[in-house]
Write a protein that binds this ligand. Structure first.
Ligand code: ADP
Ligand code: MG
Length: 239
């Protein structure tokens, strides 16, 4: 678990300002969801938290320590993307164990961690298969499993369900919620443009618009007291 603070975080690519001063505190163990229209900067903000991009100015703190410039692994971050980039020539087991073999740890310890994560995600019976022998939903679980085995403090998801069909989206969404409980409430930040996902998963929702925060609150607060028509439109209540 980690508490994450963003202080006047800004990011530009060349002359283009994409993140324009974000102040936000994400509590340890919280499930925070970023929503907003395409192009508003959700993925960029997530990549800044991850350390996959450097912030242009401002401060980013994990548990009170400045992490600007630290790599994702030094930050204790694991990230699951929309397109699950599994290694096609490796089995499910090897895909999940890969990150661990780069660290210290005995074969036995690695096997235990992979087996535990696979059981949690109900993919234990597929460990010997290759990714191409799995359905899209199963592949996405392997991608999540690969992140879990590293025992991250912070789990980041960028639209992890958008490539799945409707039924699988629901099933996987429920699993992600369960994962949050099972992992002793590891801090999660989850990007989506799907209102239902946001409303059902979030402890709090952060609505982004054109690189700034429009409103932050619990699903109920945003639903009942949206600050703007923009938020109301996103959360689905009339204002
Ligand atoms: P979202 O995830 O909300 O759809 P993004 O964070 O992907 O939005 O992108 C926000 C804006 O930043 C977009 O206008 C996009 O074109 C721009 N952008 C993102 N990454 C880069 C980059 N590496 N170089 C230049 N512009 C970028
Ligand atoms: Mg995006």
């Amino acid at each position: 678990m980690a508490n994450i603070q963003l202080k006047d975080v800004r990011k530009s690519f060349g002359a283009v300002n994409v993140i324009k001063g974000v102040d936000l505190e994400i509590r340890s163990g919280e499930f925070m969801v970023f929503v907003g229209p395409s192009g508003c900067g959700k993925s960029t903000l997530l990549r800044l938290v991850a350390g996959l991009e450097d912030i242009t100015s401002g401060e980013l703190l994990f548990d009170g320590e400045v992490v600007n410039g630290l790599t994702p692994s030094k930050r204790g971050i694991a990230m699951v993307f929309q397109s699950y980039a599994l290694y096609p020539h490796m089995t499910v087991y090897d895909n999940m164990a890969f990150g661990l073999t780069l660290e210290k740890g005995s074969k036995q310890q690695i096997r235990e961690r992979v087996t535990k994560a696979a059981d949690l995600l109900q993919i234990g019976q597929y460990l010997d298969r290759l990714p191409k022998q799995l359905s899209g939903g199963q592949r996405q679980r392997v991608a999540i499993g690969r992140a879990i085995v590293r025992d991250p403090k912070v789990f980041l998801f960028d639209e992890p369900l958008s490539n799945l069909d409707a039924a699988l989206r629901v099933a996987t969404r429920i699993e992600i919620a369960k994962l949050h409980e099972d992992m002793n409430n590891v801090t999660m930040i989850y990007v989506t443009h799907d209102q239902v996902e946001a409303m059902t998963l979030a402890d709090r929702i952060c609505v982004l618009r054109d690189g700034v925060i429009e409103q932050v609150g619990t699903p109920m607060e945003l639903y009942e007291t949206p600050d703007s028509l923009f938020v109301a439109g996103f959360i689905g209540s009339p204002k």
